[in-house]
Design a protein around this ligand. Structure first.
Ligand code: PHE
Length: 462
C-alpha cells in the first residue's frame, strides 16, 4: 500500500489493495481514465441533443458557466476526498474528516444509489449505440430516408428482446473490464479506448467541417438567445454539467482514491474538465454541420444521433464508413464511462473488510443494474403507458430525472458544503500552486456552488 493510502487510513483502499485492485500506474493513465469517465454518452449523445432542443447558444453559455464555476471546484473536491478518504464513497467523507461514522456518509450512500440507477439506464442507451455500430458495420444503415430511419429506431425501441440483448452485452463488457481492478482492468482498457476515441472524434469533426455547414453551427452553438432559456432548461444545463463531469455519484471519489501522491488535484480537475468540454463541443461540431447541411431538425431530441444522423450519413460520400466510425465512437465513450459508474459501487461494497471477492461483487452489481435496466427497456414498449405517479413521466425518464438531474446536483451541493465548511483540510494549501488559488477554490465551494445549485433546483422544482 502506498504511504498516502496508509496515511489516509482508507479501509476502502486497503480492501481494494488486498485484492490487487492497485493504483493508477501513471498520471497519464489516470487522466485517460478520468477523461474516459467524463466523456461518454453525456458528451456525444446528450449534449448535442439537449443543446438542440433548448435553442442553442444561451443554453451552451449557461452550461459552460456551470462547468467553470461549479464543475471544476467540485471535481477538485471529489478527487481530493477520494485521495484522503479512500475510494469507498460511503466512507471517504468520514475518513477524510477523521470521523468515520459521521452522518455525512449519507452523501456517499446517495451517490451509490444514483450510480446504481444511472448504470441501469446508461447501459440501455449504450445498447442502442452498440446496435447501431453493429448495423453500420454490415452496411445496415445504407440508403436511409428520413422515414426509414425513424421507423428503424422505433422498431428497435419497440422490440424488448433486442434491446435486452444489447443491454446485456454492454453491461457484461463493462463488468469484464472492472473485474480485474484498476491497473489490470480499467487502465488497460482506457489505454486502448481513449486514443481510438480521440482519433475518431477528430476525424469526424474534420469530415463534418468539410461536407457540412460550419458557419451555421458556430452561430447555433455560440450566439445566445436568452428568450429560449426556461427554468427547466437551466436545470437541465446544471444537471448535465454534473452528469457529464461524472460528479455527484462517487466516480471521481473512487478514481481519486487510486491516485498516486504528488499529482496536483486542482490541475487534474481543470484538465479533465477542459477535455470533457472540448469533446462535447467537438461532438457538436461533428453533428450539427451535417444536420444543417441536410436541412434536418437540430431539435429532434434523443433521436438526434440515432434518427437524424443516419439520414445524413446515407447520402454522404463514404457515409457507411463514417456511420460506423460515429457509432463506434459512441460505444467506446460509453464503455469508458460505464466502468467509472460501476467502480464506485464495487469499491463501496468491498470496503467492509473480508467479504465477497471483487469478481463476485462486480457481477452481482452488474446483474442488479441489468435487472433494474429492464424497467428502462420496457418503458419504450411493454410499459410505455406506465407513468411515475406525481411526475407524469415514463420509468426511463423518471429514473433519469431523479438521479441525473436531482440527486447528482443535491449530492454536489452537499459535497461542496462538506469540503467548504466541514472538512476544508481535505484539500490543504500545499495542493495549490498559490494561496490565492485555494482562496478562490474555497469561495467557489463555500458560496457559489451551493447558492447556484440550490437556486436552480428550487427554481425548477417549484
Ligand atoms: N460522464 C459520463 C457521460 O457524460 C456519465 C457518467 C455519469 C459517468 C456519472 C460516471 C458518473 O456520459
Amino acid at each position: 500500500m502506498s504511504t498516502v493510502q496508509a496515511a489516509a487510513g482508507g479501509e476502502g483502499s486497503r480492501g481494494g489493495m488486498a485484492e490487487g485492485t492497485g493504483q493508477w500506474s501513471s498520471s497519464l493513465a489516470f487522466l485517460a481514465a478520468a477523461v474516459g469517465s467524463a466523456v461518454g454518452l453525456g458528451s456525444i449523445w446528450k449534449f448535442p441533443y439537449i443543446v438542440g432542443a433548448n435553442g442553442g447558444g444561451a443554453f451552451v453559455l449557461v452550461y459552460l458557466a456551470f462547468v467553470a464555476a461549479v464543475g471544476v471546484p467540485l471535481m477538485t473536491a471529489e478527487l481530493a476526498l477520494g485521495r484522503r478518504g479512500g475510494p469507498s464513497v460511503i466512507r471517504s467523507l468520514g475518513i477524510a474528516m477523521g470521523h468515520p461514522g459521521t452522518l455525512w456518509n449519507v452523501l456517499g450512500w446517495l451517490s451509490i444509489v444514483a450510480a446504481f440507477v444511472i448504470l441501469s439506464f446508461y447501459s440501455v442507451v449504450a445498447g442502442w449505440a452498440l446496435a447501431y455500430a453493429v448495423r453500420a458495420s454490415v452496411g445496415g444503415l445504407a440508403g436511409m430516408t428520413a422515414q426509414a430511419s425513424g421507423a428503424a429506431f422505433d422498431a428497435l425501441l419497440a422490440d424488448p428482446a433486442q434491446m435486452i440483448g444489447w443491454h446485456t452485452l454492454f453491461i457484461a463488457a463493462t463488468a469484464l473490464i472492472v473485474v480485474p481492478g484498476i491497473s489490470a482492468g480499467i487502465e488497460r482498457a482506457v489505454r486502448w479506448l481513449m486514443p481510438i476515441f480521440a482519433v475518431l472524434l477528430l476525424g469526424l469533426a474534420v469530415y463534418a467541417a468539410a461536407v457540412g455547414d460550419v458557419a451555421r453551427t458556430v452561430r447555433f452553438l455560440f450566439a445566445p438567445d436568452f428568450a429560449a432559456l426556461t427554468p427547466a432548461a437551466t436545470l437541465s444545463a446544471a444537471g448535465h454539467a454534473f452528469f457529464t463531469l461524472s460528479l455527484g455519484m462517487g466516480a471521481m471519489i473512487a478514481y481519486g482514491g487510486y491516485l498516486a501522491p504528488g499529482e496536483s488535484i486542482p490541475k487534474t480537475a481543470a484538465w479533465v474538465t477542459c477535455a470533457d468540454t472540448v469533446c462535447s463541443l467537438a461532438a457538436g461540431f461533428a453533428i450539427f454541420p451535417i444536420v444543417f447541411a441536410h436541412g434536418l431538425d437540430p431539435a429532434e431530441g434523443p433521436g438526434l444521433v440515432f434518427v437524424t444522423l443516419p439520414v445524413a450519413f446515407a447520402t454522404m460520400p463514404g457515409g457507411a464508413l463514417v456511420a460506423f466510425a460515429f457509432f463506434a465512437l459512441l460505444v467506446i465513450a460509453a464503455l469508458a464511462s460505464a466502468v467509472s459508474v460501476l467502480e464506485p459501487l464495487v469499491a463501496a461494497t468491498g470496503a467492509g473488510g473480508p467479504g465477497p471477492t471483487r469478481t463476485r461483487r462486480t457481477w452481482a452489481i452488474a446483474a442488479g443494474a441489468w435487472t433494474l435496466g429492464l424497467a428502462s427497456v420496457f418503458s419504450f414498449n411493454l410499459w410505455s403507458e406506465v407513468r411515475m405517479p406525481g411526475l407524469g413521466l415514463n420509468l426511463f425518464d423518471s429514473l433519469n430525472l431523479m438521479s441525473a438531474e436531482i440527486v447528482l446536483p443535491l449530492v454536489g451541493v452537499g459535497i461542496a458544503v462538506f469540503v467548504g465548511w466541514v472538512a476544508p483540510l481535505a484539500l490543504p494549501e500545499s495542493e495549490f500552486d498559490t494561496p490565492m488559488g485555494r482562496r478562490v477554490w474555497l469561495f467557489l465551494v463555500r458560496f457559489v456552488a451551493p447558492a447556484v445549485v440550490t437556486l436552480v433546483l428550487f427554481d425548477a422544482l417549484t
